[in-house]
Design a protein around this ligand. Structure first.
Ligand SMILES: *Cc1c(COP(=O)(O)O)cnc(C)c1O
Length: 246
């Protein structure tokens, strides 16, 4: 018992410090890109993070959290303090699991097929809600990776825009994990071009509000390339500890 609370105390203190540093870094990067710090949304990626630590972060001022596994989100759901914070889904999503998310999450960031979008719309309609989604782009065109390839982005966008119970709120991408700094920056820049290009089309049901890219290792570069939403896990919460109870 004592050991556990010591461990938590250290993690609370680390989170206090990490949160301050990250908020500062975000603000500096935003200003360099002629943006206001408050225009950049920080989403805390909370996979494997115990609920006490997550709620401590929410107390510090984290307003957006994201899980990437449906089962983990479901198990933690009743314990999140969501009075001042919204929950999003950021991981790969199977169509048959959409039912566990609708009505619980404010946004699903990982929509990459018409089949998935159609199911989100269908269930949202039956819950009498509209669900915000981002289209996930496989910007590095990696085989076996989630996301729509850039060549098919417009088609998916036009198709999903016809669905009644979703709002298309932007784009999300995760560049190849093994790309070097310069290539990663180019992937971010290409995403920004798609984002601007789609924004200028002024499509019904499409409101390009969020360009979600940048994680612990590269969020300042992502902001310099035009990201306005960064998803940060380990830089906030420390290295992930798997196979533990949340
Ligand atoms: C885990 C995760 C992140 C955050 O990763 P870090 O490198 O720990 O910051 C961002 N996006 C998604 C989709 C994730 O699953």
């Amino acid at each position: 018992m004592e050991k556990l609370s010591d461990d938590f105390n250290k993690r609370f203190l680390d989170l206090d410090e990490n949160y301050k540093v990250i908020k500062n870094n975000i603000a500096e990067a935003a200003i360099k890109f002629s943006r206001k710090p408050e225009d950049i949304t920080l989403l805390a990626a909370t996979k494997t993070v115990p609920i006490e630590i997550i709620n401590h972060g929410i107390n510090l001022g984290i307003e957006h959290i994201g899980e990437n596994k449906v089962q983990e989100l479901t198990e933690k759901y009743d314990s999140y303090d969501l009075s001042k914070c919204e929950l999003q889904f950021i991981g790969h999503l199977q169509t048959n699991k959409v039912k566990y998310l609708i009505g619980k999450v404010a946004m699903i960031q990982s929509v990459d097929s018409m089949k998935l979008a159609r199911e989100i719309s269908r269930l949202s309609l039956s819950h009498n809600v509209k669900t915000d989604i981002l289209i996930e782009v496989n910007i590095g065109k990696e085989p076996n990776k989630s996301g729509i390839i850039p060549e098919k982005l417009n088609d998916l966008l036009y198709e999903t825009a016809t669905l009644p119970a979703i709002n298309i709120s932007g784009l999300m991408a995760i560049p190849p994990a093994d790309a070097n700094k310069r290539d990663t920056f180019n992937y971010f820049t290409n995403m920004y071009k798609y984002f601007i290009d789609i924004s200028s089309k002024k499509l019904d049901n499409v409101n390009m509000q969020f360009l979600s890219m940048g994680m612990s290792a590269d969020y300042t570069d992502a902001i310099s390339a035009g990201s306005n939403m960064v998803r940060i896990g380990s830089a906030l919460f420390g290295p992930r500890i798997y196979n533990k109870k949340f």
